[in-house]
Design a protein around this ligand. Structure first.
Ligand code: SF4
Ligand code: SF4
Ligand code: SF4
Ligand code: SF4
Ligand code: FES
Length: 903
């Protein structure tokens, strides 16, 4: 640390820190229009001038570094005058009229400018008025009436201004507002590693451009919005709500669109969300989010959300009061339980419901109804992965911390396309590669943007990931020998799942040298290997086997410390939380096995009711039981199997065979359409509660949106339903908790990992739900391979979570679920396309043994020959029609491709 003097005050600051950051952290209004916090200075705007004693002339505080004894003055007359002068140069190329006008505070948008009737662009008619950094800057610097150019020709008013790009659904670009600070260029390049924006032209014709100068849509922009956050003017703006995004308040909440768990700050106006920014509370996401977090809050208009509870009368679902709907549901469930027993009722929670809601749902199932038929449609895949991790490390709750990924020296990514499924996790992988020179291995049949950052891309055939990982492991053993003292047989050489032997060998060589470079195999911030595994959302066999193979590889490289390096990233936001809350047929909250009497005792005492000891049916067990008529009723809270599970036909049969279906949801999903009673829930951003992210951070959701109509949060409907049911069934259960905070207090008292998650202690995004015992095992497991070459004339179908299609839009099968219309396609390799005479963009029909899906073809090398890829959310999960139900065997449907003949 150094002692420096700022405006006469002595302070301590880190030696070498950028002076501008030290000054602004002291609360000093030092302008810095081109500076990007944490990045090297650009030194282009010259607004950050300060006086540094001993230096000749004024100095740029963004390039100056803190040094012992430095004496800095930020408010001398000379500094103030110089700031005005440099600002006036910036304004020469901006629509400046309001910025220097003494009467701007009196002007309203409709008023005609009294100074200059040709001025069309000015602050009062600008969408960024009152929330613009340049405007604030001019206020602070004191630009009113500072017009040294009076009488001179000015570039802004003389040059022809470029056209704005307003055709994009997410981002608007109006280059005539640009002050060429280049923050956006650097944010896109240095922070996002995307490089979609460039500086083009020279001198006065220098401009910011997307891609090669075309539309935003044609560039490689992925609409993360980082450039919008840093733009000090109205040049780059969110398209949606841009005119009304002056907010009444900002509410911190969490993204519901993947398990990275980015924290968000939602700007609210009149009870409506109008803008989202990253909330830097969370060290994983910090100041970054992706297109889903930033824009999908607005994917579904309010009119398409449920605002009334409903009860089925005859064929029709008709509006009903909350009491009426609850009474009707309680009566039907009590009747079914009396007649058929508790095992005839099933409960599906959801990976986008909060921990508090899922906890309450399973409590209602177990303590009130007496049924352990508790799961969610993604539960079987999650269970399969969890089982593999438990067997490998002794626990599925791993301590590996995603905020350390960017410091890794080598990484292995096992995913379909991490960039699309878990965008900000992919960003941290890129950070490690670009900023630290980390070495990256990607194991995936399909191309994703992280492949461009990889040193080795191991590309097996579809379903061959586990075998390819096993082959890399075997090559590693051949090179370095297996770990001593690790139980189980290390991987042995096999077929490599169709991956190139050379890539397998190179991956093994890379990992061997990266592991050898770790000082003493101890996890530490300077030496870290990261294994990121993002299972596909469909297929429990592949998820489990690939998890085993990836864990084997991590153990080979990190030995008993492997649990510190292994990241399991489920597709949906709160899968880990759902399991922690006991949303499983064999687990009580806290991942306690249901068959342990001591565990049941804990909950019996806390809930004041018996906990049934026999494991219940899992999701597929419930579907099968419903098809066979054994399961009579299903309570579904926020789950939508039609979107998240394969085997659509059996799901239909199962739900249609039920005597009673209760759905609590905020949208009329395909599941909700079949309900007998439908209780309207509020959307995620209208909820209080918590999520648990992939690396087990507890994220606080705070209700930002006002409820619509009669809709009320699921926890409230569940509690009232529980009370009514308990009364009808004459059971006593403690259902006193008066809201999410009290529910979390109850959870925290019962589940040690959540002790720090009580709202009065919780630090959202920092508190982690880790069990007190650290994982203690490292065991190699056998791996079964799948993924044979497809039969003649058929191609193997795979699916996954794509980047742009919104969860809520897909749940409603909205044609605008993918506003960019980039993901409404099947990817087909050029070799297959040529063999089948399929042309780019042509509509084809994918035909399985039982179903057909019509879709446009995208001819691309992104998929290997023999493989077709359709995004899971396209057409509201239409691709699941082509998948059979998941019976635990490899799920790799082989389909024919037919070119659709014109009608
Ligand atoms: S970008 Fe800012 S300074 Fe420029 S016209 Fe809009 S509000 Fe005014
Ligand atoms: S939205 Fe993201 S990817 Fe697109 S230009 Fe801006 S920073 Fe780059
Ligand atoms: S678009 Fe915005 S951030 Fe980019 S150079 Fe122009 S003013 Fe700066
Ligand atoms: S990376 Fe995931 S959690 Fe983060 S903003 Fe994107 S979808 Fe949301
Ligand atoms: S912030 Fe220092 S020159 Fe722009």
């Amino acid at each position: 640390m150094a002692k420096i003097t700022v405006n006469g005050r002595e302070i301590e600051a880190e030696v070498g820190a950028p002076l501008v950051e030290v000054l602004t952290s002291l609360g000093l209004a030092v302008p810095h229009l081109c500076y990007l916090e944490g990045r090297p200075p650009y030194a282009g705007c010259r607004t950050c001038l300060v006086e540094i004693e001993g230096a000749r002339g004024l100095q740029l505080s963004c390039t100056a570094k803190v040094a012992e004894g430095m004496v800095v003055r930020t408010e001398t007359d000379e500094v103030k005058e110089a700031r005005k002068a440099v600002t006036s140069i910036i304004l020469a190329n901006h629509s400046d009229r309001c910025l220097t006008c003494h009467r701007r505070v009196k002007c309203l948008p409709g008023d005609i400018c009294l100074r200059d009737d040709v001025v069309t662009h000015r602050c009062v008619t600008c969408s960024k008025n009152y929330r613009c950094e340049l405007q604030t800057h001019c206020e602070l610097v004191g630009m009113t009436n500072y017009e040294p150019w009076v009488g001179e020709a000015r570039t802004y008013y003389q040059a022809e201004q470029p056209e704005a790009d307003r055709a994009n659904p997410f981002l608007e670009f109006d280059p005539q507002m640009c002050i060429i600070c280049t923050r956006c260029v650097r944010a896109c390049d240095e922070i996002r590693h995307t490089g979609a924006i460039t500086l083009s032209g020279r001198g006065f014709s220098t401009r910011i451009a997307f891609g090669a100068g075309g539309s935003i849509h044609e560039s490689n922009c992925d609409f993360c919005g980082a450039c919008i956050d840093v733009c000090p003017t109205a040049t780059l703006m969110e398209k949606t709500n841009k005119w009304i995004a002056r907010t009444d308040e900002w509410v911190s909440t969490a993204c519901n669109s993947c398990s990275v768990g980015c924290t968000l700050s939602m700007g609210v106006r009149n009870g409506r969300g109008v803008i989202i920014r990253p909330d830097p509370l969370n060290p994983v996401s910090f100041d970054q989010i992706c297109v889903r977090g930033r824009f999908h809050y607005d994917a579904v208009p309010d009119r398409d959300r449920l605002s009334q509870h409903m009860v089925r009368r005859g064929e029709a679902l008709l509006p009903a009061s909350w009491e009426e709907a609850l009474d009707s549901a309680a009566e039907r469930l009590a009747e079914i339980r009396s007649r058929h027993g508790p095992a005839a009722i099933g409960f599906l929670g959801s990976p986008v419901a909060t921990n508090e809601e899922n906890y309450l749902l399973q409590k209602l199932a177990r303590a009130v109804v007496g049924s352990n038929n508790v799961d969610f449609s993604g539960g079987p895949v999650a269970r399969s992965v969890a089982g593999a991790l438990r067997d490998a490390f002794g626990s599925e709750a791993l301590p590996a911390d995603l905020s350390r990924v960017a410091q890794a020296s080598a990484l292995v990514v096992v995913a379909d396309d991490l960039e699309s499924s878990h965008n900000v996790a992919a960003l941290r992988v890129k950070d490690a590669v670009v900023r630290r020179g980390a070495r990256l291995v990607v194991v995936s049949p399909r191309y994703g943007e992280v492949c461009d950052f990889a040193e080795v891309w191991v590309r097996p055939r579809a379903g061959g990931e586990a075998a390819a990982l096993a082959a890399v492991g075997a090559a590693l053993v051949a090179r370095t020998g297996a770990h001593e003292g690790i139980e189980g047989a290390p991987p042995s050489a096999g077929q490599a799942g169709g991956a190139e032997p050379e890539a397998v060998q190179r991956a093994a060589d890379l990992l061997a040298s990266a592991a050898a470079d770790l000082p003493d195999r101890q996890a530490g911030p300077q030496a870290h290997l990261a294994f990121l595994f993002a299972p596909g959302p469909i297929g429990r066999f592949a998820a489990g086997q690939t998890a085993r193979a990836a864990a084997n590889l991590a153990i080979l490289c990190r030995g008993r410390e492997a649990h510190q390096s292994f990241y399991s990233l489920p597709a949906e936001a709160n899968v880990h939380g759902a399991r922690d809350m006991g949303l499983a047929p064999d687990l009580l909250p806290g991942l306690r096995p249901l068959d342990a009497a001591a565990a049941r005792d804990v909950f019996r005492q806390a809930w004041g009711a018996e906990v049934p000891s026999e494991a219940g049916l899992d999701f597929w067990g419930m579907i099968e039981a419903a098809r066979q008529g054994r399961l009579k009723a299903l309570v579904v809270v926020g789950d939508n199997p039609f979107l998240w599970a394969p085997g659509r036909q059996s799901l239909r049969e199962a739900l249609e065979g039920l005597d009673f279906l209760l759905v609590i949801d905020g949208l009329m999903t395909e599941t909700a359409e079949r309900a007998h009673v439908l209780l309207a829930d509020v959307p995620t951003y209208g909820k209080d509660g918590t999520y648990t992210s992939a690396d087990r951070r507890v994220l606080r959701l705070k209700a930002a949106l006002a409820p619509l109509g009669e809709a009320c949060p699921a926890w409230l409907s569940l509690r009232e339903l529980g009370r009514r049911l308990a009364e009808k069934l004459s059971v006593t259960v403690n259902l006193e908790a008066e809201g999410p905070e009290a529910l979390m207090q109850e959870i925290a008292a019962l589940v040690p990992a959540y002790a720090g998650a009580r709202y009065d202690r919780l630090q959202s995004g920092k508190t982690r739900a880790l069990p007190p015992e650290t994982p203690s095992r490292a065991v190699f497991q056998d791996v079964s391979a799948a993924g044979e070459a497809p039969a003649e004339g058929r191609l193997t179908l795979i699916t996954g979570r794509s980047l742009y299609t919104s969860l809520e839009g897909a749940a409603l099968r909205s044609p605008e679920a993918d506003k960019l219309h980039r993901e409404e396609l099947v990817e087909i390799n050029p070799a297959d396309a040529a063999a089948l005479s399929v042309r780019q963009g042509e509509e084809v029909v994918l035909v399985s043994d039982s179903a057909e899906v019509a879709i446009a073809a995208s001819v691309t090398e992104a998929v290997p020959p023999g493989v077709l890829y359709v995004p899971l959310y396209d057409g509201g999960g239409a691709v699941t029609t082509l998948f059979p139900p998941d019976d635990g065997r490899p799920l790799l449907p082989q389909v024919r491709v037919a070119v659709r003949q014109p009608a």
